[in-house]
Design a protein around this ligand. Structure first.
Ligand code: AMP
Ligand code: AMP
Length: 355
């Protein structure tokens, strides 16, 4: 039985109806606010001058506040006044706000900000994922160590922009000038199918769910196969990894158990590195699956990812658990509702949240 069903009769008014769920108008905001509306919350989009009209056009968005630029959000938190607002972060928060901006905010925030340090540093993230026993691509400290095809990733690259495929150490020497004086990592290039697995971990029930999964569609790497290798010869074609969208995928069922185990291990270790709450809510493990059906993990995102936008109406996996449309955005709102109705809000908010 859901927690909310157990405790709801104790409350005369449904306390969550007095709360507003707010987020920045970008990335997966529509999904988050639609989910919040469907769970009975009020909804607020913080938009910029370009997006204000768009968010006003949706009937599940109760209120839109316009600010000049998303980067300026920390200065405008005062606009939200003394209302009961909960912020749900998504990918644009990390793209537009610094770690310090995140930590300075005391507005109630869904998630654990302590985990951001472990996510933001490639070294710490690697430690976390290794401790969880996940398969990671090899990393090379310098060009001279390279003994196989690699991908060079610039720090702070967004959406795969600025990644470079290199065949060998010689190729690195020739093209290293392109990354000179910038921070980057050199990683073994894994050839296989990229699969992004979307999870939700409930701190209220201690249960992990697979919500959905997607594969990203990237230009131009996903299109190179349209030109036969023979015809590519002599053309100076370099693969690039700029994300343009996401496509749904259902995983071979015999591989689901491993996908679930990876999520469980990541959550388990997160409680050791960021005690006691660890990682909770939505997160995504980004993998590449090789021909021997091994998952290699490239990265973890500690919040809702844009690939979940495919499943605003639910996914095959969320349908199995809920038998009703349950997007990741709605699942977040459901958790907040269950927390409010059982007086457990502190378990689902960052500790900096001033209620
Ligand atoms: P945006 O709100 O579009 O500025 O995106 C914020 C961050 O999320 C950027 O780092 C984007 O690269 C990333 N992002 C946006 N949309 C997607 C998508 N469909 N798939 C993967 N990443 C995305
Ligand atoms: P990321 O920024 O880690 O999400 O990676 C963006 C894209 O780069 C992925 O979707 C893959 O297509 C590609 N990529 C990243 N790491 C690797 C790797 N180790 N091997 C092969 N492709 C990779």
């Amino acid at each position: 039985m859901m927690l909310a069903e157990k405790v709801e009769p104790l409350f005369e008014a449904k306390s969550h109806e007095f709360y507003t769920i707010a987020t920045l108008g970008s990335h997966s905001a529509l999904q988050i606010l639609k989910g919040a509306h469907d769970e009975g919350f009020r909804t607020l989009a913080i938009a910029n001058r370009q997006t204000e009209r768009l968010y006003r056009s949706f009937n599940f968005v109760d209120e839109v506040i316009g600010i000049p630029r998303y980067e300026d959000f920390p200065e405008h938190v005062g606009l939200l006044g003394n209302r009961k607002i909960i912020i749900v972060p998504h990918g644009s928060f990390v793209a537009y706000l610094s770690l310090e901006d995140h930590k300075r905010m005391t507005i109630p925030y869904f998630g654990n900000k302590a985990i951001l340090d472990w996510e933001a540093s490639r070294e710490l993230q690697r430690q976390w994922l290794s401790a969880a026993g996940l398969n990671l691509p090899r990393q090379f400290r310098s060009g001279s160590e390279i003994d196989r095809p690699v991908i060079v990733k610039l720090y702070g690259a967004h959406g795969g922009k600025g990644y470079m495929f290199l065949r060998d150490a010689h190729d690195f020497e020739e093209r290293a000038g392109l990354v000179a004086r910038r921070n980057y990592i050199i990683q073994e290039y894994i050839i296989g199918v990229p699969l992004y697995i979307h999870y939700f971990y409930s701190p209220l029930t201690g249960r992990l769910e697979i919500m959905s999964m997607d594969r990203r569609y990237e230009t131009n790497v996903d299109s190179l196969g349209r030109i036969p290798a023979a015809a590519q010869e002599g053309l100076d074609l370099q693969p690039s990894y700029v994300v343009v969208g996401n496509a749904p995928l259902s995983l071979r069922e015999s591989m689901l158990a491993e996908a679930y185990r990876m999520g469980e291990e990541v959550v388990r270790v997160s409680k050791e590195i960021c005690p006691p709450k660890g990682l909770f809510g939505a997160f995504c493990i980004e993998t590449i699956i090789t021909p021997d059906t091994q998952f290699y993990v490239m990265e973890i995102s500690a919040r809702i990812v844009a690939g979940t936008n495919l499943f605003i109406d639910g996914s095959p996996y969320s349908y199995l658990n809920y038998s009703e449309p349950m997007s990741t955005g709605r699942r977040i709102a459901r958790e907040l509702k269950n927390a409010l109705l059982s007086n457990s809000l502190r378990y689902v908010l960052d500790d900096s949240s001033v209620l």
